[in-house]
Design a protein around this ligand. Structure first.
Ligand code: MLT
Length: 250
């Protein structure tokens, strides 16, 4: 069973975090009212125990769909940051009827190339040898811009430090093996909001522009002065954009 924050009443939004993070990255989104916020910690992240054995992106998607099943929720807005976005796209292939809307945040639809996959396998070996310390320190400068407040940077470091080595290894292997979601986005029936930090070095604005162009009902929002965790670094503007989009598509 996953640890899930279930807070508020209204339109359900299933917020799916990225790597190597936890549902803690969505703390600023709890301020959006008239929403039932469902925020799971993926296996091996935050307060959820790691899964024994390998996982595919589709397995992660089934795990988050279970969060809805356990609560008798038929349809929800699926919102994912980065790896959370990959999971949303896998869920869209498995169970498109469960998705009433899609929010893709600092993510991409394309799979890893050969170099990217090799990088994942090298990171897996490093984590097995040395733990996650080096991964946390190498990813932190990409999560928020140098101008981000020190408390925000420390909170992100704290969230990443809570990730278990087992959780990270499983997620890296799943990301390395993920499918191309181009056709998934092209055939998306639900309305979609694509958000990107203008300074995101991991999934830069060009990725968001491409996804928004593929989506039949895609709206693109670029947030200035934000890196990979644009929902945290520009939380107020991000929340306003989500509220405005929800009001239009509801
Ligand atoms: C994430 O934030 O989930 C990861 O950086 C995504 C990735 O490595 O592809």
């Amino acid at each position: 069973m996953l640890n899930v924050t279930d807070a508020g009443e209204g339109t359900p939004i299933l917020w799916i975090h990225g790597f190597p993070l936890s549902s803690g990255i969505f703390e600023p989104q709890l301020a959006i009212r008239h929403i039932r916020h469902l925020m799971p910690d993926l296996p091996g992240f935050g307060e959820s125990r790691a899964h024994i054995g390998e996982l595919t992106m589709e397995d992660y998607a089934r795990t988050v769909i279970d969060v809805l099943d356990h609560r008798g929720i038929d349809r929800a807005v699926f919102a994912g940051v980065s790896m959370g976005g990959y999971i949303c796209m896998a869920a869209a292939r498995l169970a498109p009827e469960r998705i009433s809307g899609l929010i893709l945040i600092d993510t991409r639809e394309t799979p890893d190339d050969e170099k990217g996959r090799q990088g994942r396998f090298d990171t897996i070996e490093k984590i097995k040898r040395e733990g996650t310390g080096a991964l946390v320190e190498s990813m932190l400068p990409k999560m928020v811009t140098p101008a981000a407040p020190a408390e925000l940077r420390e909170r992100v470091r704290e969230i990443m430090t809570a990730a278990s080595p087992e959780g990270c290894v499983s997620a890296l292997a799943a990301m390395a093996g993920r499918s191309d979601s181009t056709e998934t986005l092209r055939s998306m029936q639900a309305p979609a909001l694509v958000v990107v930090g203008e300074n995101d070095p991991i999934t830069p604005p060009a990725d968001a522009e491409r996804m928004a162009a593929l989506l039949p009902q895609g709206r693109l929002v670029k947030l200035p002065s934000a890196a990979h965790l644009s929902n945290m670094e520009q939380a107020e503007t991000f929340n306003q954009e989500v509220k405005a989009w929800l009001a239009r598509v509801r």
